[in-house]
Design a protein around this ligand. Structure first.
Ligand SMILES: [Zn+2]
Length: 309
């Protein structure tokens, strides 16, 4: 099969990663711009377009299928980034149009978790699946949901916020301003908070700057509180995912992001809780799997995949 090419742009608060992706899912070149150093969106769009032209000419590519953009609060319907708290651009940004006017190619924009789900569908483990959910565990908890072969956007473009499904109405404060969301427990910050709380309850001092990776290392060395942290995280995720299955009946649920590197400490209890809480008619029909996208390129691959919809 002849290869085609797409540009994937992953916009984060610190960096904007821009990659050239071949249709077999290989990111053949990538570079980045410091998002934080821009306050003027026109200057930012100019530089993004310049970087794309340079990547294409450096690699001898004359034709691309399009440019895909994954961004926090990206809206597929309007091609806008709406009030993203971590970006220097304030208000509503018409980025799709700003890039299209400079590139004269197809430009697709959506939120970062939806882009990741597209990446899994086009290049990763969800190839050939029509119904699946992708969960990103990181600073927050994001999700992208495919039903009947199509991404679920909802009437306003913001569907698929499983990270803000409330598990405990009187629970921890969440970044969204409410309490007890999945994100408050299963994001990297939530997992660290669980470990610190367990340490405090047991009169043990936990290092202030401890990370999920450290908690995994501690679990590996037999730290019961670290093992219990992953089990509690698995409980929250297991409840949320078994509830999600009642809504969309996926064939598989993919997990992506740093905390997934806890491996069996997270995945074994998660599969157990998920199965325990699953409605009988769904038992044995949906597996929990790790994302098959290479970790470092996952966000860029996801953004590039958008152009193949
Ligand atoms: Zn929330």
């Amino acid at each position: 099969m002849e290869q085609t090419y797409a540009i994937g742009i992953d916009i984060g608060g610190t960096n904007t990663d821009i990659g050239l992706v071949r249709s077999d899912g290989t990111c053949i070149a990538r570079t980045n711009l410091p998002t934080q150093s821009y306050s003027d969106i026109e200057a930012y769009a100019d530089d993004v377009a310049d970087v794309i032209r340079k990547i294409l000419s450096d690699n001898g590519i004359n034709e691309i299928v399009g440019v895909g953009i994954g961004a926090p609060n990206g809206n597929y319907y309007t091609g806008t980034i709406d009030y993203a708290p971590n970006l220097p651009f304030k208000g509503r940004i018409f980025l799709q149009e700003l890039i299209r006017s400079r590139m004269d190619t197809k430009v697709v924009l959506t939120n970062d978790a939806n882009a990741a789900a597209f990446g899994e569908k086009i290049y990763g483990g969800a190839r050939g699946l029509t119904d699946f959910i992708l969960i990103t565990l990181g600073t927050g908890v994001g999700s992208g949901i495919f039903v009947n072969g199509q991404m679920v956007y909802g009437h306003d473009g913001f569907a698929g916020e499983l990270g803000h499904a409330i598990l405990y109405p009187d629970g921890r404060a969440c970044s969204c301003g409410r309490s007890g969301c999945l994100e408050a427990y299963a994001s990297a910050r939530g997992i660290v908070q669980t470990y610190k709380e367990l340490c405090q309850e047991n009169g043990i001092a936990a290092p202030a700057d401890i990370t999920c990776r450290d908690i995994t290392q501690r679990a590996d060395s037999g730290d019961e509180l670290a093992i219990d942290t992953w089990r509690r995280t698995a409980l929250c995720l297991g409840i949320a995912l078994s509830n999600a299955v009642t809504f969309s009946s996926p064939q598989a649920i993919f997990l992506m992001g740093g905390p997934v590197k806890a491996g069996h400490w997270l995945l074994d209890p998660l599969k157990q809780y998920f199965d325990e809480y699953l409605l009988t008619i769904f038992k044995g029909k949906a597996d929990i799997r790790r994302s098959e996208l290479p970790e470092n390129d996952a966000a860029v691959l996801g953004a590039a995949a958008l152009v193949y919809e």
